[in-house]
Design a protein around this ligand. Structure first.
Ligand SMILES: C[S@@+](CC[C@H](N)C(=O)[O-])C[C@H]1O[C@@H](n2cnc3c(N)ncnc32)[C@H](O)[C@@H]1O
Length: 220
């Protein structure tokens, strides 16, 4: 049976954080749950242990650098277009005091996630079927996470209405171009948001190029 590698030193060196033994067990259970779900649903092509660790677990948590993972952050987080639960589920495991909502338009994926959430004992996580552009909830989240969902501007359009004033949207991107940045800035000025920060970095095992784009919703 494939098992996740123990890469505590890489967590420590790159994020200044290391999962507790209980969190490590939850990551393992998440991995096994996804492998099992993959037999019926097309959830992910990233199934080898090291690739899963780097591209799903590490990559998900790397976006949370504005938060200190060691704190008992009681923040509310929405993962829009969560797919098989990324980046939302690793974030929920790392931040057990955060309230996490996983949103996806595909009913089958959400049904799978509901079972997985209960197997992992993540009582602070909920999974909801819906299209981001159709939901009309009040602004209630501190963080919105979006990975591989749509263009940066469309992601901003999905995320900003759901954020509290001064809430932060994290767009997980691979490459990032000047053109995307200019288009995003125009969209943000219409939506009442600003570009807070752009972080450029490499993944720690295979050195893949990544960018995290942090957007801030304006104060009222
Ligand atoms: C390429 S997958 C990425 C999944 C996950 N975020 C990841 O990085 O592994 C895109 C997901 O976004 C969902 N999605 C696309 N547009 C959406 C929308 N407007 N509202 C909600 N979910 C959406 C799709 O159903 C799909 O599961």
């Amino acid at each position: 049976m494939n098992r996740l590698p123990n890469l505590s030193h890489v967590w420590e060196e790159t994020l200044g954080w290391c999962p507790s033994p209980e969190q490590q067990q939850q990551f393992e259970a998440l991995y096994q749950g996804i492998l099992q779900g993959n037999q019926k649903l097309n959830l992910t092509r990233i199934t080898e242990p090291e690739a899963f660790w780097e591209k799903h677990l590490w990559d998900s948590l790397r976006g949370l650098t504005p938060l200190n993972l060691e704190t008992e952050a009681r923040v509310s987080i929405i993962d829009i277009g969560t797919g098989a639960g990324f980046p939302g589920l690793p974030c929920a495991i790392a931040l057990p005091h955060a309230k996490v909502t996983l949103l996806d338009s595909t009913r089958k994926k959400i049904a799978f996630l509901k079972t997985l959430i209960s197997e992992l004992g993540l009582s602070q996580v909920s999974a909801i079927v819906g299209r981001a552009e159709n939901i009309s909830w009040k602004p209630q989240y501190d963080f919105a996470l979006l990975r591989a969902v749509s263009s940066a501007s469309t992601c901003a359009e999905y995320a900003l209405p759901l954020l509290k004033p001064e809430g932060i949207a994290v767009l997980y991107r691979g490459r990032w171009t000047e053109e995307e940045e200019q288009t995003l800035k125009k969209t943000l000025s219409k939506l009442g948001g600003s570009l807070l920060n752009i972080e450029s970095f490499s993944t720690p095992l295979t050195f893949g190029q990544r960018h995290c784009i942090y957007l801030k919703k304006a104060q009222k």
